[in-house]
Design a protein around this ligand. Structure first.
Ligand SMILES: *Cc1c(COP(=O)(O)O)cnc(C)c1O
Length: 412
């Protein structure tokens, strides 16, 4: 052995960073400060200075992160029980707020039980891998555009996997048909795909699940709070919640806080609770967050105003962009993606919007989306005013001109 050999660790790390910089996909985090009561306005901290900006890419889709009821519930909880949970769920970390929230979430999806995790990412990774491990010989059928956390779950499950083309019912059926009928199967998909804003054919997937004796696992992260009469997601909107075996959601997007969950039958939830490492061996969510989430979920069960204005804002923004011949990618949901098609120009467009117009929208590059489809992804909010929309579209028209980015070639 050559113990006089010196490994140059520093060079390996710095080369990795140089590589992604050259590809134009080095991530720069914006240092922002949201102002309670003023969302989507915020302050940007840059080189010791402060600048006013309008945020156009927040996943706090309905502004619930600053909802007065949510804030009040968190203040009360903080003073009542203190800041942290003080333990894992098993060792003194199950508070009454956790139990109430799990009941609230089970009710939201009309399931027997709910289970909380510290994030939506963890809820997917932990639940999917655990279910796969408990089902001997399991094969997971996963949409090719599924979120990183679901992919991680599949890998962790050490099971068979088949990737079907995005939202392609026929391809899924073909793969199911090729498999041994006696083997356990899980069909894994999202209700809304957040980068393109398209919806899954939930009913068709559920039909296939019946025909081929599979479980269905649906990520509703970008839909909970936002679709359905009580905010139960696309499943609720389409009357399909009872047909999906496991519904997964987050408290970090429309509900405005943080944390993730699944809702399913009592036994499925009990299995994940009992076997999932990512659930068991970690400190439970702060009761303060949990209390805020209860208020947020309850509010959105009763109030549809936020949902309605949100959909109207998204439709208005898309319409205005199309009128300005900006290349809005087809999207039926609240997501408004604008195609740029090049990582470096995408970043330049985002920088120009920020520096010259005070408009903050994050460039979305590979690996989040396929190369060549780099985009700006707008998340309109009920609190974006007509004036903000006008300013945005005018600014985009100028930036598209300046950077010579392709517009709509035909009237869409
Ligand atoms: C954001 C996201 C998650 C992760 O949820 P977090 O609560 O942010 O960890 C899971 N699935 C999808 C589709 C997401 O977009």
């Amino acid at each position: 052995m050559m113990w006089n050999f010196v490994m140059d660790y520093d060079r390996i790390f710095s080369q990795s960073l140089t590589d992604i910089r050259e590809e134009g996909r080095y991530r720069v985090f914006m240092d922002i400060e949201r102002k309670n009561g003023d969302f989507p306005a915020a302050t940007w901290h840059i080189d010791g200075e402060e600048k006013d900006i309008v945020v156009w890419c927040s996943n706090d889709y309905l502004g619930m992160g600053q909802n007065p009821k949510v804030i009040k519930a968190m203040e009360e909880a903080l003073h009542k029980v203190g800041a942290g949970s003080g333990g894992t769920r098993n060792i003194s970390g199950t508070h009454h707020y956790h139990v109430m929230l799990e009941n609230e979430l089970a009710d939201l999806h009309a399931k027997e039980a709910g289970l909380l995790f510290t994030s939506g990412y963890i809820s997917n990774e932990a639940s999917i891998s655990t279910l796969a491990k408990l089902l001997p010989g399991c094969i997971i059928y996963s949409d090719e555009l599924n979120h990183a956390s679901m992919i991680k779950g599949v890998l962790g499950g050490n099971c068979g996997k088949r990737i079907f083309r995005h939202n392609d019912v026929e391809h899924l059926e073909q793969l199911l048909k090729e498999s041994d009928p006696s083997v356990p199967k899980i069909i894994l998909f999202e209700s809304v795909y957040s980068m393109d804003g398209d919806f899954a054919p939930i009913e068709e997937f559920c039909d296939l699940a019946v025909r081929y004796n599979a479980l269905t696992y649906m990520d509703e992260v970008h839909a909970v709070g936002m679709y359905g009469p009580r905010g139960g997601g696309v499943g609720e909107k389409r009357g399909l919640m009872d047909r999906v075996d496991i519904i997964e959601g987050t408290l970090g997007k429309a509900f405005g806080l943080m944390g993730g969950y699944i809702a399913a039958s009592k036994d499925i939830v009990d299995c994940v609770r009992s076997f999932a490492s990512g659930f068991i061996f970690t400190t439970s969510l702060s009761p303060v967050i949990t209390a805020g989430a209860i208020a947020s979920v309850r509010h959105l069960k009763e109030s549809s105003v936020e949902r309605e204005i949100h959909q109207e804002r998204a439709a208005t923004l898309k319409k205005k962009m199309k009128q300005a011949k900006l290349p809005v990618m087809p999207s039926d949901s609240h997501i408004v993606p604008l195609l740029v098609g090049d990582p470096v120009i995408c970043k330049q467009a985002s920088d120009t919007l920020l520096n010259d117009y005070g408009i903050y929208v994050q460039p979305i590059n590979y690996p989040t989306v396929p190369r060549g489809t780099e985009r700006l992804r707008f998340a309109p909010n009920p609190l974006h005013t007509n004036e903000m929309i006008e300013q945005l579209v005018d600014a985009l028209a100028e930036v598209w001109q300046k950077l010579d980015i392709a517009k709509y070639s035909s009237a869409a």
